[in-house]
Design a protein around this ligand. Structure first.
Ligand SMILES: C[S@@+](CC[C@H](N)C(=O)[O-])C[C@H]1O[C@@H](n2cnc3c(N)ncnc32)[C@H](O)[C@@H]1O
Length: 304
């Protein structure tokens, strides 16, 4: 898409600038947008062409300088403009670096198969990335989690990653409203031999969570992952906070929203909603938090 436009004969500089800003947004999210497909490898030529328009020094990029923003994608290090952080260099993932990260993910064969089948489907950009799934699975293992909840299953990539590492007696309540994608998820739970660990709930997630509370399951879950309707994040979080035990973890996906949350000029309803959610979590003393720039950004919350 973006690269096709770029290579149109006689492509003028203004178009190039537009494409570059799209690329910058994706780069800020440290992973190709899960909602607007832009392939990193195809983005590289965009940056090279851009450098011909305005060349960059080899120095680390100063994050807030507008001239350096244009070189953002070409460099893998960002330095904060705020001197109270010293010259701390922060990794900004380039396509080359991201390929390296992916090459260092241990993705089980069954997850790879599901990912590849999902890749042919509409909405495939919604599934979490292999490095995200690996982190979720590791959190479940570190916690020694037995009881988990996922809000937003789609075709099952993240839920399967979690189910695979749950003990035989473990249980994952998998909340999804779309029957068609659930069929694929169930097929893979079956193939992976984890169906007995997954309690699929085909319903609106908030209704399922409320029913679990009503069923006396408050404070009995170890781990939850939220990856569904963004404007519902507050509600999911409040319900999950009731369901998770003290010391339990809630992970929330898409908290960086392709970098839009950090741009005061972007104020569409979804961005504002996620920005507000991030602010409220930051101020919420019921949890410890860590916002991690992986995928489209995930916040890890531990219930106090
Ligand atoms: C981003 S996708 C989830 C991706 C999944 N975690 C993965 O890694 O493959 C979001 C999913 O949430 C589902 N969803 C959205 N709103 C929902 C709701 N209110 N209740 C249940 N599921 C919902 C959508 O149908 C979609 O499949």
């Amino acid at each position: 898409m973006a690269n096709q436009l770029l290579y149109r004969p006689g492509n003028p500089i203004p178009t190039l600038r537009l494409l570059i800003s799209t690329c910058i947004l994706s780069r800020n999210s440290a992973f190709p947008s899960r909602h607007e497909k832009l392939h990193f490898s195809s983005a590289i030529p965009i940056i090279r062409s851009m450098k011909a328009v305005k060349s960059c020094s080899g120095d680390p990029i100063r994050a807030s300088k507008s001239y350096s923003r244009q070189c953002y994608c070409a460099n893998s290090v960002v330095v904060s403009e705020d001197e109270t952080y010293g010259n701390k260099q922060i990794i900004s993932v380039t396509s080359q670096l991201y390929d390296y990260i992916l090459a260092n993910v241990r993705e089980p064969e069954i997850l790879k198969k599901l990912r590849e089948e999902t890749a042919t489907m509409r909405g495939s950009q919604m599934q979490v990335s292999p490095d995200q799934a690996q982190l979720l699975a590791m959190l479940v293992q570190i916690l020694g989690a037995k009881r988990c909840i996922e809000v937003g299953v789609y075709t099952g990539y993240s839920s399967l990653a979690v189910a695979l590492v749950l003990p035989e007696s473990g249980r994952l309540v998998a909340c999804e409203r779309d029957a068609k994608s659930l069929e694929i998820a169930k097929k893979y739970y079956e193939q992976a031999g984890v169906s007995h660990k997954v309690d699929v709930r085909h319903a609106l997630a908030a209704d399922t969570l409320k029913s679990l509370i009503k069923n006396g399951e408050a404070c009995s879950y170890d781990f939850a992952f939220v990856d569904a309707e963004k404007k519902m994040y507050h509600e999911y979080f409040e319900l999950l906070l009731q369901l998770v035990r003290v010391g339990g973890v809630i992970v929330v996906d898409n908290v960086l929203w392709h970098g839009k949350v950090a741009d005061p000029l972007v104020n569409d309803p979804k961005t504002v909603s996620i920005r507000n959610f991030n602010r409220s979590i930051m101020e919420d003393n019921r949890v410890s938090v860590s916002m991690v720039p992986i995928g489209d950004g995930m916040t890890i919350c531990r219930k106090r």
